[in-house]
Write a protein that binds this ligand. Structure first.
Ligand SMILES: Nc1ncnc2c1ncn2[C@@H]1O[C@H](COP(=O)(O)OP(=O)(O)OP(=O)(O)O)[C@@H](O)[C@H]1O
Length: 260
């Protein structure tokens, strides 16, 4: 169980996340939705402490992660892996080495520098790539791949950390519809097959409804909706998105359903 208790994160006078309390059972696929600036990214970043909470607590499996530092903080960040909108791969490195970078926290420094990864790590990396049908790209430079391929590589890298939670911050915002479906299917596989908890910020309401077990709607840093996709009626969505409602509820009804 991931528990957020009264979590608040401020930047100067801006309260990006305000008094957020949530209990997220292990293995749930949670979509975080809301207008631009609602606090979705800051919420995810506060969970893994890329942003420091001003008050409140992040509790994972009954342990308070809010005050940990040093090796305990590194271990917490390993356990809740981030996937970013812009993939954050090293473009000049090949796919295999990008994926193996996920092993950095569990690898002696000299191995990482000299890129002499253990055969076990290499096998794990190939297995991860294979799961997402991209093992054939292992020797290609990351900057030669399509956006959808790059995001799948980033998900493989995240999995190499052996995480328990995936925090995906607008993972499909830079992708075309076809690659969006492929990457969302990859996250669904991570959630259903490996049992990882997934928290995913999404702009598209159709994707959120199609892929997530639970939706958390944010406005002005606060949670204003928390329920199943079915409970998020168009009326509730209109309230959540206000003036942006037509953009998110409107035409894009052709979103893919999960494959798995
Ligand atoms: N590092 C920062 N310094 C100052 N203000 C910030 C910082 N990060 C976020 N904010 C502010 O906090 C608020 C919430 O931003 P956040 O990026 O979390 O929203 P979001 O819902 O993820 O938006 P988007 O969908 O546009 O990414 C915004 O007002 C933003 O300007």
């Amino acid at each position: 169980m991931l528990k957020l208790e009264g979590l608040t994160t401020t930047f100067g006078k801006t309260c990006a996340v305000q008094d957020v309390s949530l209990s997220i059972p292990a293995g749930q696929f949670v979509g975080v939705i809301g207008r631009s600036g609602a606090g979705k990214s800051t919420l995810l970043r506060t969970i893994n402490r890329l942003a420091e909470p001003t008050s409140g607590r992040v509790i994972w499996r009954d342990a308070d992660m809010t005050g940990v530092s040093g090796s305990q903080l590194r271990d917490w960040r390993r356990r809740c892996s981030m996937v970013f909108q812009q993939f954050n791969l090293v473009g000049r490195l090949d796919v295999l080495n990008n994926v193996l970078m996920g092993r950095l926290t569990q690898t002696p420094f000299w191995r990482a520098v000299t890129k002499t990864w253990s055969s076990e790590d290499r096998a794990l990396a190939f297995a991860a790539l294979d799961q997402f049908d991209i093992s054939g790209l292992a020797s290609q430079r990351a900057d030669q791949l399509s956006g959808g391929q790059q995001q799948r590589v980033a998900i493989c890298r995240a999995l190499m950390q052996d995480p328990e939670i995936i925090l995906a911050d607008e993972p499909v915002a830079s992708l075309d519809p076809r690659n969006t479906g492929i990457v969302m299917d990859a996250l669904a596989l991570v959630n259903r097959q490996f049992g990882l908890t997934v928290l995913c910020n999404l702009h598209s309401l159709d994707l959120a409804r199609g892929y997530c077990d639970r939706l958390v709607g944010m406005a002005n840093g606060r949670v204003v909706f928390d329920g199943t996709p079915a409970a998020l009626t168009d009326a509730a969505a209109r309230e959540l998105y206000g003036m942006d409602a037509d953009e998110v509820i409107g035409p894009d009804r052709a979103a893919k359903q999960p494959v798995a």
